[in-house]
Design a protein around this ligand. Sequence first.
Ligand code: 6PG
Length: 234
Amino acid sequence: MTEIEWWDYEDASELADAIAGDVQFVIESALDARGSAVIALAGGKTPFPAYEKLAQAKLDWKKVTIIPTDERVVKLGDPLSNVTALAKIFLPKGARVMPIVPEAMKDYKAAGRSADALMQDLHWPLDFCMLGMGGDGHTASIFPGGDFDEAMNGPKERRALGVMPDPLPPEAPVARVTLSKSAIASSKALMIAITGDAKRKVLEQAIEQGPSSPYPIGRVLADVELPIDVHWSK
Ligand SMILES: O=C(O)C(O)[C@@H](O)[C@H](O)[C@H](O)COP(=O)(O)O
């Protein structure tokens, strides 16, 4: 289990500023070291104010590739599509924002295989991965359900796969494509961004439980070796 440091903020705006600053630093370091950066950003809602602020940073965005940590199996442009929301913010800056679910692919397992194939073309491991967490302890789209074991324990070189959450989360009740646990855990830098007391409790519990946690995030973090920052506000 890794070392986990909590950073608490007064409000959502402070949280967004801190996250944006830290992610900018990670991207700059990758650009300095290698001339390009590949990062995975969480979907959902919580980190989007931070993304808006990050997009204002003076960076050589053309050299930055952004993928979502997970995607809902919906068409591009759908309000549920994570990459569509990311593209609105970062495409105008010149970043390469990569859709990972092929247009009109309804078979979620095939969509997962296609995402995995796409990721073979990226520089690996990821320079950075930002994780969110649902109130049920899911992270990226690693949910309880029939595909859980494959997401957690599939072959190390499998970076993405299709999953059908069971139960389906009410905020987006659709199949998903997600980074695998090993793809997330191998990332060169990892951050978690959450808000609210309820999620804080779940995350604290999951961390304490470690590899035997019933919460996906507890099981994922148990496999991470680098220190992780958790950014939290009410
Ligand atoms: O559903 C997705 O697409 C996610 O990437 C997911 O893991 C998200 O980060 C959490 O569900 C938290 O979502 P909120 O920030 O909206 O609470």
